[in-house]
Design a protein around this ligand. Structure first.
Ligand code: HEM
Length: 121
């Protein structure tokens, strides 16, 4: 058997339908159509680490066996991690908004305080 391929997080993110579970890389591009839990749930994780979710569901030993068949290599855990843009940014942009407003409010308060100090001196 040839040595396992080593993927960087970037390579996994750019591959078509790969996921990471416990630092191992699996090609689930075809399996998604057969997944008893539905395809979308896995598609969401394409290019990412789904260890937590895979384990939270309590997949059976059968699922573990299926996983072994889909194994394509290991992830280089020292490579730079990739944060998926679409979900993360749509979620955080709505969260960033109030933060940004708070920052502007703070700047106005600081500016007002400095002005006040200047004029009252
Ligand atoms: C990527 C590799 C995965 C494989 C090989 C896999 C395999 C399987 C298999 C064989 C089952 C049938 C039940 C069992 O044997 O445990 C199953 C069920 C299920 N899987 Fe996955 N799964 C994978 C990833 C995921 C992920 C990332 C999620 C996300 C949360 C997920 C969610 C579910 C759910 C909710 C069920 C239950 C379906 C039901 O009982 O109605 N799976 N999976």
């Amino acid at each position: 058997m040839s040595a396992a391929k080593i993927f960087t997080y970037k390579e996994v993110a750019e591959a078509n339908g790969h996921v990471i579970i416990n630092d191992k890389v699996y090609d689930v591009s075809e399996f998604v159509n057969e997944h008893p839990g539905g395809d979308e749930i896995i598609i969401e994780f394409f290019g990412q680490d789904c260890t937590q979710d895979f384990e939270d569901i309590g997949h059976s030993p059968d699922a573990q066996k299926t996983l072994q068949k889909l194994y394509v290599g290991d992830v280089d855990t020292t490579s730079e991690k990739i944060v998926k843009e679409n979900d993360a940014s749509t979620q955080s942009s709505s969260e960033q908004q109030p933060d940004f407003k708070k920052l502007v409010a703070l700047l106005i308060i600081v500016a007002a305080f400095l002005l006040y100090k200047n004029y009252s001196a």
